[in-house]
Every structure is written in structure tokens, then in C-alpha cells.
Design a protein around this ligand. Structure first.
Ligand code: G4P
Length: 283
């Protein structure tokens, strides 16, 4: 579910994450691999100080693999360990845990050198904006299919640790942070990927933005999905052809543009338009 953010909510979210940070050794920061820039909390560097951080490009199964590689290099050049994952995939869990352990090892080694014996498990916290996959990842790491722990009001579990093996513990509630709101591109991309409610923006507007992007960056995907022999230059004609092809019609054979827009949004979110990434590191 998606929450609306107001300054009060943001301040509270920040406080809550800072509280949780006191308890943990490593932060696992989730980004959406399709929009690593737009899905990153704008204050994350200020909020997470002095803690090792692992960046996960989640939903990598929906993203363009070449661009995902470029993002991994980008973060690594900045000295931030980054891996691409799919929170629904059990295979990726071992890697997340082992990379987290490596990041903390440094700190634990230093403690050992000072004579502080550390016998407790490594403690981790998952943070990210709504809908980025935090609950899915927690459930998958915990190896259970529990109800969503995400941002459901009224469901306040006490802080509990989920034990994963002997050496690793995860806080059972994630740190929920707000997305960027700074410009229109960010807003559109958050709406396209489902991070913010589409009714916050006009759906047809969002889809026009999406189509313009696809025409520029992934024209082949668009043509293949909707069997377009050529892409019309007129946006209304693009809607007309897709609407006709997908049977989005109103009485009298007119194209239902709202329905067409909904179909396109559903197709992009489920990767039926292919694996698409909206941002590259140097933009
Ligand atoms: P949150 O706690 O951060 O708010 O996110 P949550 O886990 O609820 O995940 C949001 C949506 O993203 C869910 O789909 C979830 O299944 C999907 N998701 C999470 N990680 C991945 C991933 O790596 N790949 C893909 N393809 N999807 C992922 P939903 O449609 O909102 O719910 P549902 O259909 O699973 O019920």
C-alpha cells in the first residue's frame, strides 16, 4: 500500500529509522532497480551515518540488465556495495546475508582487536520507500509467508528479531522512508512503477510520459508488444492503435483512452513490455 507523505510524517519516519539504527550493525537499503535514482530517499546519507550499508537493486527481474550493471558500477565507484536481487527469489537470500556479513566483519574485527569479544549475531535493518519490496524481502529472508508487515496502520509489532541462522538477525519491521518529490520526472517514474498511487497523477498523463520514454529508448519493445508496424508520430494515434489492438473500446467503436492507459500501465509493471529501466547513473 502507499502512504501519503507530509512534513510531519517525514520527520516521524526519520526519527523512527534513527531509533532503529541504534540497534543494528548493517543497513540493507532497498532501491527499485528500474528507478534507482527516484526510489532513493533524498536524506538517506544524512540519516544513515557511520553504519555499513548494502544497497540492493530490487525487482531486478523487471529491470534492464545492462542498466542494472551500470548502476552497480556506479555505487561501487562511490564505495557502496551494491547487488541486484529479486526479493521473491529464494536464491538471492544467501548472497544478501553473506554480503552483509562481509560489511560488518571489519567492525567486528576491530572490536576483537580491542579485546571486546563479540559473541552476538550480526543485526540488520531493511530500509526503503513504500512498495520497494521490504516486506517481501523480510518474509523471504525469514522463510515465511506471513501477512504484509509493511506500512499498514494499526499493525505495530513490537521490535522483534528474526533469527536467520546463528550469526544473523533481522529487525522484523523495516524502516520506511519517503521518496523524492523534487521534480516531475521523479513523480512520473514513481507512478509508473507503482511506488506512488497513480491517482495522485492523471493516469493518461503518466502513460503519455511512459510512451514518450519507450518510443525514445525502447521502441522495439513497444512495437512487439502491440504489433505496431511503425510508431505513429501523433500520440493520439499511438493510443488509438494500442487501444484497438487490446480491445479497449467504448460504444460506437470509439477508443476508451482510460482503459488503454490502464492496460499499458499493467503491461509495464508486469514486464510484459520487456525489462525496462527508466534511469541511468549519469543523467
Ligand atoms: P514494501 O513492503 O516495501 O511496501 O513492498 P512489498 O514487499 O509489499 O512489495 C510491493 C510489491 O512489489 C508486491 O507486489 C511484491 O510482490 C512486489 N515485489 C517485491 N519484490 C519484488 C521483486 O524483486 N520482483 C518483482 N517482480 N516484484 C517484487 P504487489 O503487486 O503489491 O502485491 P502482490 O501481488 O505480491 O500481492
Amino acid at each position: 500500500m502507499t502512504i501519503q507523505w507530509y512534513p510531519g510524517h517525514m520527520a516521524k519516519a526519520k526519527r523512527q529509522v534513527i531509533e532503529k539504527l541504534k540497534l543494528i550493525d548493517v543497513v540493507i537499503e532497498l532501491l527499485d532497480a528500474r528507478i534507482p535514482y527516484s526510489s532513493r530517499n533524498p536524506m538517506i546519507d544524512e540519516i544513515v551515518t557511520n553504519k555499513p550499508r548494502l544497497v540492493l537493486l530490487n525487482k531486478a527481474d523487471l529491470a534492464d540488465p545492462k542498466k542494472t550493471d551500470a548502476w552497480i558500477s556506479y555505487f561501487e565507484e562511490k564505495g557502496i556495495k551494491c547487488i541486484a536481487v529479486n526479493a521473491q527469489d529464494k536464491q538471492d537470500m544467501k548472497r544478501i546475508i553473506s554480503e552483509s556479513k562481509v560489511l560488518v566483519q571489519d567492525k567486528f574485527e576491530k572490536m576483537k582487536a580491542k579485546g571486546i569479544k563479540n559473541t552476538r549475531a550480526i543485526r540488520a535493518l531493511i530500509v526503503g520507500i513504500p512498495n520497494v519490496g521490504k516486506s517481501t524481502l523480510i518474509n523471504r529472508l525469514a522463510n515465511k509467508t506471513i501477512a504484509k508487515t509493511g506500512d499498514r496502520p494499526g499493525v505495530t509489532t513490537g521490535q522483534q528479531w528474526i533469527k536467520i541462522g546463528k550469526e544473523f538477525e533481522l529487525l522484523d519491521t523495516p524502516g520506511i522512508l519517503w521518496p523524492k518529490f523534487e521534480d516531475q520526472d521523479v513523480g512520473y517514474r514513481l507512478a509508473i512503477t507503482g511506488a506512488i498511487k497513480e491517482n495522485l497523477l492523471d493516469l493518461q498523463d503518466v502513460v503519455v510520459y511512459l510512451l514518450l520514454f519507450l518510443i525514445k529508448e525502447y521502441p522495439g519493445n513497444l512495437q512487439e508488444r502491440y504489433q505496431l508496424t511503425a510508431i505513429p508520430t501523433d500520440m493520439i494515434k499511438v493510443f488509438d492503435e494500442i487501444g484497438k489492438f487490446r480491445g479497449c473500446l467504448m460504444g460506437g467503436g470509439l477508443i476508451d483512452y482510460d482503459k488503454t492507459a490502464e492496460v499499458i500501465i499493467r503491461d509495464i509493471r508486469s514486464a510484459r513490455l520487456g525489462r525496462i529501466t527508466f534511469e541511468t547513473p549519469l543523467e
